[in-house]
Design a protein around this ligand. Structure first.
Ligand code: PEP
Length: 246
């Protein structure tokens, strides 16, 4: 199980204090824990969690390793700062910055070039769900966003998928258990078709309004291998309760 916190554009010195508290609140040994703060905090966060088993990730990266890209961050720079993973194709980036599947694919290749694990996000909008397009949208995003893998490392060390229905992010709404099960099963089938048996090893996270009160149920559904947590990852007590649901 992987429990990943996405701090988005939140956090500061006070939030770093929450992380220091977090380690004292974790009782479950079954979860790998990842925190993805804003890029400015990656180095301090990596220092704050050193020796705890918690790892640090970025929230996005540029496909290039360096160059004239004002305001962007290369995966190599994230890696230098202490990140081990990077979230890619989050729906807020797909919506706010018009990120296409092919750009997400280029970023995934770039993350791999830099030695980062890519957490590739997919998910349907409310309109797409109403139109019965959920599985088609999600598998289409996977087809367009995932490069082939021929590196030395095991696939599960370099790739994680996060299923995040857009309408569930930050809204308090969550799909039914049956709907989560159906989409995760379709993602698994896609991974097996794309990568062969190694596709079985890739973790599939659910994300979208995961809270202390619903984590236990969601995390025990078939093919749910963890959670990507936004708002509830900012408070140590809430994030610890989610982690302790594993
Ligand atoms: C997210 O932004 O990845 C997310 C899942 O947010 P929240 O948990 O706040 O819905």
């Amino acid at each position: 199980m992987l429990i990943a916190g996405n701090w988005k554009m939140n956090g500061g010195q006070q939030a770093l204090g929450e992380v220091r508290q977090l380690t004292g609140l974790i009782t479950s040994k079954g979860a790998e824990i990842l925190i993805c703060p804003p890029a400015t905090l990656v180095t301090q966060m990596a220092q704050a969690v050193a020796g705890t088993g918690i790892s640090v990730g970025g929230q996005d990266c540029h496909p290039e390793a360096s160059g004239a890209h004002t305001g962007d961050i290369a995966p190599e720079l994230l890696k230098d700062a202490g990140a081990q993973s990077v979230i890619l194709g989050h729906s807020e980036r797909r919506a706010d910055h018009g990120e296409s599947d092919s750009l997400v694919q280029a970023k995934t290749r770039a993350a791999w070039r830099a030695g980062l694990r890519a957490i590739v996000c997919v998910g349907e909008t409310a309109q797409q769900r109403s139109a019965g397009l959920t599985i088609a949208v999600v598998t289409g995003q996977l087809s367009g966003s995932l490069p082939g893998w021929s590196g030395q490392a095991a696939l599960d060390q370099v790739l994680v998928i996060a299923y995040e229905p857009v309408w569930a992010i930050g809204t308090g709404l969550v799909p039914s258990n049956e709907d989560i099960i159906a989409v995760h099963a379709a993602i698994r089938t896609h991974l097996l078709q794309a990568f062969g048996p190694a596709g079985k090893t890739v973790k599939i996270l659910y994300g979208g309004s995961v809270k202390p009160d619903n984590a236990q149920t969601i995390l025990h559904l078939p093919e749910v291998n963890g959670a990507l947590v936004g708002g509830a990852s900012l408070k140590a007590a809430d994030f610890a309760r989610i982690i302790n649901s594993v």
